[in-house]
Design a protein around this ligand. Structure first.
Ligand code: ZN
Length: 459
């Protein structure tokens, strides 16, 4: 992805109030356009957004009696089948559900996507589902996006409009269904829909909480960031092992080791199979006043000799083509998950921020060297173990950040190690030693050059 050029916009949000009641005679107007219900309805980013022009929604002719067979379902709803039908002019996406659910639909740009948000679902679909599409939909993904909320992301082949989006209750032996009808549109029309909601979104973002003052408790805060999660599985090994599960299990093991040190406060960006946008991870670290941010991955890269732990730090210039490709694929995480990526605010030229950023980068490099030194005796390293590239997740200007590829799931030998409890244990111990060493040297440096401080990271 071209950095800085990607302007991904959240488009009109179509909220369909389709929480069908248990009683019969549910009126057809339950499938309302969000002109009726969107006030206070939130998109994935917490922003209320206006409706798509979609007067056709009710025209789909869902008669009142079709709602009559619906009944309340206890527990999470299951999604069991999904399909795409139609052609390049009009394409329909259908997902069968075990019960009715409220859905909201919005669109994103660069690349063109249609996002369908639902309550938390159990996706029980065949593994190959969504790998290919039809007509205006080239592929789709689904998964948990945050606690209590699931998401389907449809990749569109070009500018599209949502003609209809609705939920059909179960009836006459047919399961409940989410139906999204897309029609071909023009870029101009698409952008106009996006423009309206972008204005709303930027208002919502202004209200984003800035970090408060750091607690003065003398603790060293370490944010562990298991990569991917939820709708974004990360790398997938030939055997089906998912990166998102490997890195979460590892991060928990590492957290346990670090928790033995009473000076550390260890916080994780995610503790379950949910997704967090890349920018959200950076913001999380800043808001927690992290003294160190460690993102944990186990990606794929083609080539039989590509294996071994690798430590990445931030640089606008990638060390080599491989580092550039890894960063590029990592930076696509938000696109996969159907998350809005605002324009890069990196270019702020403020001399103080520049200084902080440079200092932070230096600390990150020191940490990377510590890591490699401590991993070396116990853990197989990649031939060039310290690499640099433009990883979005490493961009906090004031938190030293590194990304560790524990190994590569594309390599079967690495996969064996990554799934071995003994290997994980010794690797977590080694990373723990590197973190200890990082803080030891940092505290010593600060004590030598600055007035007494109780917390590393404060001036
Ligand atoms: Zn990854």
């Amino acid at each position: 992805m071209r950095r800085g050029a990607g302007r991904l916009l959240v488009a009109g949000l179509l909220v369909l109030s389709a929480a069908w009641p248990a009683q019969a005679q549910a009126p057809a107007t339950r499938l309302a356009l969000n002109e009726d219900v969107a006030e206070g309805a939130a998109s994935a980013d917490g922003a209320a957004t206006p409706a798509l022009s979609g007067d056709a929604v009710l025209k789909d002719g869902i008669a009142p009696d079709e709602a009559a067979g619906a009944s309340a379902v206890a527990g999470p709803i299951a999604a069991r089948e999904a399909r795409v039908v139609g052609d390049d002019a009009r394409t329909r996406f259908i997902m069968d559900l075990s019960g009715p659910a409220a859905v909201s639909v919005f669109m994103l740009d660069e690349p063109y996507r249609v996002v369908v948000d639902l309550p938390e679902m159990h996706f029980e679909l065949p593994a190959e589902t969504g790998k290919t599409g039809k007509g205006l939909i080239s592929a789709f993904r689904y998964g948990l996006i945050s606690a209590g909320k699931s998401r389907i992301v449809l990749d569109a082949t070009g500018p599209v409009a949502v003609d209809k989006a609705f939920v059909l209750p179960a009836e006459k032996g047919q399961p409940a269904r989410v139906v999204v009808d897309l029609v071909r549109s023009t870029r101009t029309a698409f952008l106009e829909t996006l423009r309206v909601s972008r204005d709303r979104l930027s208002e919502a973002q202004k209200a984003e909480a800035m970090p408060g003052p750091a607690p003065n408790d003398g603790k060293l805060r370490i944010v562990l960031d298991p990569g991917h999660g939820g709708i974004d599985s990360g790398a997938i090994a030939k055997s089906g092992t998912l990166e998102k599960h490997i890195v979460l299990a590892f991060a928990k093991q590492l957290r346990e080791k670090l928790a033995a040190n009473p000076r550390y406060e260890v916080i994780m960006t995610r503790t379950d199979d949910s997704f967090m946008p890349l920018r959200g991870r950076v913001q999380f670290a800043r808001q927690k006043h992290a003294d160190l941010f460690v993102s944990i991955h186990a990606d794929s890269f083609s080539g039989a000799d590509i294996r071994g732990a690798t430590v990445y730090t931030l640089s606008e210039r990638a060390s080599d083509q491989m580092a550039a490709s890894i960063a590029e694929s990592e930076n696509k995480s938000d696109i996969l998950a159907g998350v809005d990526v605002p324009e890069d605010t990196d270019e702020v030229s403020d001399i103080l921020i520049d200084l902080a950023r440079r200092e932070t980068k230096n600390f990150a490099v020191v940490f990377a060297r510590n890591l490699i030194k401590e991993l070396k005796p116990d853990v197989r390293l990649f031939k060039r173990p310290h690499q640099q590239a433009g990883f979005m997740v490493l961009k906090a200007p004031d938190v030293p950040s590194a990304l560790v590829e524990l190994g590569y799931l594309s390599n079967p030998d690495d996969e064996k190690l990554l799934t071995s409890p003994a290997w994980r244990d010794k690797t977590a111990v080694a990373i723990g030693r590197a973190i200890d060493e990082f803080f030891r040297s940092r505290v010593a440096n600060m004590a030598a050059s600055a007035p007494v401080t109780t917390s590393v990271g404060e001036p």
